[in-house]
Design a protein around this ligand. Structure first.
Ligand code: HEC
Length: 235
């Protein structure tokens, strides 16, 4: 007798439990929807952005350095030194807000903020990454030099943004190895010493820069050379 009562109770318990599991999973499904992923046919990219030229250097300078996400250190399995590695780590094409990497550079500094223990990416670089993801986060292949004009080489219009994009991930303070490239005075110092041009043109006897990254496009090296030849003005 006792046994029968117990088993009826159990059966009722299981029935209630099963119904509530079904209901809660229905509720769960109705609020947690899959993030929007841009259809492949629409992943044609942003016409102004070329991955190799505009996006990869930001990751190489800010993230793929020693102790962070380079091949030797790969914190949390994140190696951020080429397209396949970057793309496979939490990038949702067409949806920056759902992309883990984008979130880590835009949340308030604290748990999960990147780059950890270093200045935040510039607003311009965050925007580039956002536009790249919005366009489908594609690898655009070989980059044209469009957008680089050897006739313009002012500090504010060309040189400072170039340092921002390619260099200040490492050269972000006077105490950084190799010093700061954050302001005109420090970039001019490097220019006057000869190391700026020697390093970016990978001349022998110099330290090739960006360290560990691809050489800058010739057009950009020419811009720096012209700016230095003009006396490295703060124009
Ligand atoms: C991934 C980190 C990293 C990036 C990105 C980087 N550098 Fe460096 N840079 C270094 C380190 C480390 C040194 C110190 C080298 C040494 O002493 O061996 C250095 C040194 C320098 C120096 C000092 C002179 C010398 O050769 O020691 C200059 C100038 C320089 N870098 C320019 C640049 C420029 C310009 C860029 C961007 C186009 C750049 N760097 C990008 C890490 C970086």
């Amino acid at each position: 007798m006792f046994r029968i009562v117990r088993s009826t109770r159990n059966r009722r318990f299981f029935a209630v439990a099963a119904v509530s599991v079904i209901m809660s999973s229905a509720a769960f499904h109705s609020c947690v929807h899959q993030p929007y992923v841009m259809p492949v046919s629409q992943q044609t990219g942003d016409p102004d952005i070329c991955f190799e030229r505009d996006i990869l250097p930001i990751f190489q300078s800010n993230c793929a350095k020693s102790g962070c996400h380079d091949a030797a250190s790969h914190e949390e399995g994140y190696v951020l030194d080429n397209y396949a590695n970057i793309r496979s780590k939490g990038i949702v094409p067409g949806n920056p807000a759902a992309s883990k990497i984008y979130n880590s550079i835009t949340i308030a500094r604290g748990e999960g903020f990147m780059p950890r223990d270093a200045p935040a990416l510039s607003a311009a670089n965050v925007l580039l990454i956002k536009r790249w993801i919005q366009g489908g986060a594609i690898d655009s292949g070989a980059c044209s030099t469009t957008g680089c004009d050897t006739n313009s080489f002012s500090y504010s219009g060309v040189i400072a943004p170039m340092m921002q994009q390619y260099c200040v991930g490492c050269h972000n303070s006077a105490s950084a190895p190799g010093g700061s490239l954050m302001d005109h005075a420090s970039v001019k110092n490097a220019a006057v010493s000869g190391s700026l041009i020697g390093d970016i043109s990978h001349a022998s006897g110099y330290n090739p820069m960006p360290q560990g990254g691809a050489k800058l496009l010739d057009c950009k090296i020419t811009q720096v050379k012209k700016w230095v030849a003009a006396g490295a003005p703060n124009d």
